[in-house]
Ligand binder design. Structure first.
Ligand code: DWN
Length: 418
């Protein structure tokens, strides 16, 4: 692969060049670029995985930007695989309908989901009779969404995309963006597109992992090349203030290791009043030391501690003749495996229920990704939960399908065996 990334020169929200590197996870392969078993001997490219702190607005961000076409034109991650995430989407649709004050007849109200994946969220809006349009750059996912009856435009979000949807379908009452804001390099263009498409009485609803929880729960494995930015409310508020969008409410959810849902509506830039919700989060972040540089070095030392403890636990199990596998070929799991230098000598295979991931090798570790049938076949004694954020759902699922008593290794926020 030729030079497919550029270095970050300045903060993508405030433009400051006063950036401080506080986390370096080494050079790693792209977390969702799984290797086809047929190309097992093909060496994959690796890229620096470093996080910088902006001393001016407190946005954490990667030191490089990999071309989005390389990351997202094909995407093996399906949102709908997780029952807990599907439930979360149903809750979001219900809350969005409520904040809109929508009655049951919503056929006039358009909902657009940016990076709509396999249509997981829009399915829930469709059940409430909203008109729905997905915008999804991954061709394979757009096809799955369309086959599920969700109209999906196969392209990246942009001002142009917003203009074309507005011309054809009218203004959107709801624009949703879950787990995509962190993936976008040009956030100003992202917001300009929202301003073009959002109805004057509509809401822009964003969900992003909350950086405070990443820091507090040592979730360093959620750092990978897709996640360009790691948000606190402070930089988000600055970004929104640079556009005619004001944050009206922020909610916290446990999904994906800690998520904030940010509701915003159109308002003239002059509207400087900060909502109570924003104020509450800014005070909290201040109190938690999120604006102090010294708080940031601890994430690197916690990553080293988890690496040491996880390797020791896996090596001990191996010496005792125990068989260890993993569950959840997640992007975060690949950061963890590659940072710790774990391969199939310690973890024999990874179970994943996503068809596109099965019969591939995880990038870097090259551990085989298989279907759940391997549990009965290979009878592992331990399962490393690489998708620890879905630990409850995965443990319930394996207890149901896999008769043998298995124990679980949970790596984050600290290594423990259940
Ligand atoms: O932002 C992103 C987050 C939200 O999702 C994307 N960049 C990519 C992705 O990150 P991830 O791969 O770390 O997310 P998950 O959702 O923790 O990955 C879970 C993995 O586990 C998936 O490959 C699906 C798999 N899984 C499974 O096989 N059976 C998950 C559950 C719950 C299951 O029952």
């Amino acid at each position: 692969m030729g030079k497919v990334y550029k270095s970050l020169k300045k903060c993508r929200i405030c433009g400051s060049k006063d950036l401080y590197k506080y986390l370096d996870l080494g050079k790693t392969p792209l977390a969702n670029h799984l290797i086809d078993i047929k190309n097992a001997d093909k060496k994959e490219d690796t890229f620096p995985l470093e996080v910088l702190y902006c001393k001016n607005c407190s946005l954490s961000q990667l030191s490089i930007v990999v071309e989005p076409e390389v990351l997202f034109s094909y995407y093996p991650y399906r949102s709908s695989v997780s029952k807990s995430f599907r439930k979360h989407c149903a809750g979001m649709a219900a809350k969005a309908a409520k904040i809109l004050g929508a009655n049951e007849k919503n056929e006039n109200n358009l909902v657009v989901d940016i990076a709509s994946n396999d249509g997981c969220l829009l399915q829930e809006f469709k059940k409430k009779n909203f008109r729905t349009i997905g915008v999804e750059p991954a061709k394979n996912l757009a096809k799955i969404a369309e086959s599920n009856g969700i109209e999906t435009i196969n392209r990246f979000w942009s001002r142009k995309a917003a203009k074309s949807i507005s011309a054809k379908h009218g203004k959107a009452k709801i624009i949703a963006a879950t787990n995509v804001f962190a993936h976008a390099d040009n956030l100003n263009e992202f917001m300009e597109g929202v301003e073009i498409l959002l109805d004057n009485s509509g809401f822009f609803i964003v969900e992003v992992p909350y950086f405070h929880d990443l820091m507090t729960n040592n979730e360093f494995d959620t750092v990978y090349h897709e996640h360009l930015s790691y948000f606190l409310v402070r930089p988000l508020h600055k970004l929104y203030s640079n556009h005619n969008l004001s944050i009206v409410k922020i909610e916290k959810y446990p999904i994906h290791g800690g998520t904030i849902r940010v509701y915003a509506s159109k308002s003239p830039k002059a509207n400087l009043n900060i909502s109570k919700s924003v104020e509450k989060f800014l005070d909290f972040e201040e109190k938690e030391g999120m604006y102090k540089l010294k708080s940031y070095d601890k994430l690197g030392s916690m990553a080293q501690k988890i690496k040491k403890e996880l390797l020791a636990a896996l090596k001990k199990l191996k010496e005792e003749g125990k068989k260890t596998a993993a569950y959840g070929a997640s992007a975060k799991g690949n950061t963890l495996l590659n940072y710790c230098g774990i391969d199939s000598k310690l973890v024999e295979f990874i179970v994943d229920d996503t068809p596109e991931k099965q019969n591939h090798l995880a990038p870097g570790s090259r551990i085989k990704i298989v279907d759940a049938g391997f549990l009965e076949k290979e009878k592992p004694d331990y399962l490393l939960l690489l998708a620890w954020n879905f630990a409850k759902e995965i443990m319930q699922k394996t207890r149901m399908h896999y008769k043998r008593k298995v124990r679980y290794i949970i790596p984050i926020p600290r290594v423990r065996i259940l």
